[in-house]
Design a protein around this ligand. Structure first.
Ligand SMILES: Nc1ncnc2c1ncn2[C@@H]1O[C@H](COP(=O)(O)OP(=O)(O)O)[C@@H](O)[C@H]1O
Ligand SMILES: [Mg+2]
Length: 200
C-alpha cells in the first residue's frame, strides 16, 4: 500500500499552518476546545477517554485532561506498541504516572502491563490529526498508527466514539481518502463541532 503524492504535500502545508499559530492563539484554541468538550453531555458522562499529549502544533489537551482527572473520567494515553509494528496501545494515565520519551520525542506512560486499557474500555477517543474535511475524513501524520490500531474495530458497536481534535486551519474542502483510513465520528475545532454518527 503506498501513499498518494498529494497527501504528502497536503500534510506539509497543514502542519506548517498549525505550527504558525502563535502561543496566544494556541492557548485560546485549547481553552475553547476544553469549553466545547465540557458542554457535551456525552463527554462529561464518559467513564474513560483516550487523549494525547500535543506535539507539532496540535491542540493542547492539558486542560481537558486536568478536567477529566478532577472529575470521574479516567484518561488513557497512547504508547507505541512494542511488538505490533505501527500500532498503538492505550495506557491509564494519572498525574503521577511515570513517563518516558518515545522515538518521536513524545512523552508516553512507561509500559506496564497492568496499565493497559483495551479499546472497548474507552467511550471516546480524542485523536490528533493533520487535516480533516466536512465529511469526517482524517489525515494523520503519515504513519497510519490510528488507522492500524482501529482497523479491527471499525464495525464493532462497542468501539469508542472517534473524535478528531483540530485547529480550524486544518480543514480542507475534500481530503484524498484511502481505503484504510478510519473516519471520525465527530470533529471538534475551537469554534465548531461536526457530528457524523447518529448517537447522542
Ligand atoms: N489497517 C492497516 N493495515 C495495514 N497497513 C495500514 C493500515 N492502515 C494504514 N496502513 C499503512 O499506513 C500507511 C500510512 O497510512 P496513512 O493513512 O497514509 O497515514 P495517516 O493516517 O497517518 O495519515 C499507509 O501507506 C498504509 O500502508
Ligand atoms: Mg490514514
Amino acid at each position: 500500500m503506498t501513499d498518494s503524492p498529494g497527501r504528502g504535500k497536503l500534510r506539509q502545508e497543514l502542519r506548517k499552518a498549525r505550527n504558525r499559530l502563535t502561543s496566544e492563539e494556541q492557548r485560546i484554541a485549547s481553552s475553547m476546545l476544553a469549553e466545547q468538550l465540557k458542554s457535551l453531555s456525552w463527554f462529561t458522562g464518559a467513564r474513560r477517554i483516550g487523549a494525547y499529549l500535543a506535539n507539532d502544533g496540535e491542540p493542547d489537551l492539558s486542560e481537558v485532561i486536568a478536567y477529566c482527572q478532577s472529575s470521574d473520567i479516567a484518561v488513557s494515553l497512547p504508547v507505541l506498541h512494542p511488538i505490533t509494528h505501527k500500532h498503538l496501545l492505550f495506557l491509564d494515565y494519572h498525574a503521577n504516572t511515570p513517563m518516558r520519551l518515545n522515538r518521536f520525542n513524545i512523552a508516553e506512560p512507561h509500559l506496564a502491563a497492568q496499565s493497559i486499557r483495551l479499546m472497548d474500555e474507552h467511550d471516546i477517543m480524542l485523536m490528533p490529526l493533520v487535516g480533516f474535511d466536512a465529511a469526517g475524513n482524517r489525515l494523520g501524520m503519515g504513519g497510519g498508527f490510528y488507522d492500524r490500531t482501529l482497523a479491527h474495530y471499525r464495525e464493532n458497536p462497542r468501539r469508542p466514539r472517534l473524535a478528531g481534535i483540530a485547529h480550524s486551519c486544518q480543514q480542507v474542502d475534500e481530503l484524498p481518502v484511502a481505503p484504510w483510513d478510519v473516519p471520525c465520528d465527530i470533529i471538534i475545532t475551537p469554534d465548531k463541532i461536526w457530528q457524523f454518527d447518529k448517537s447522542a
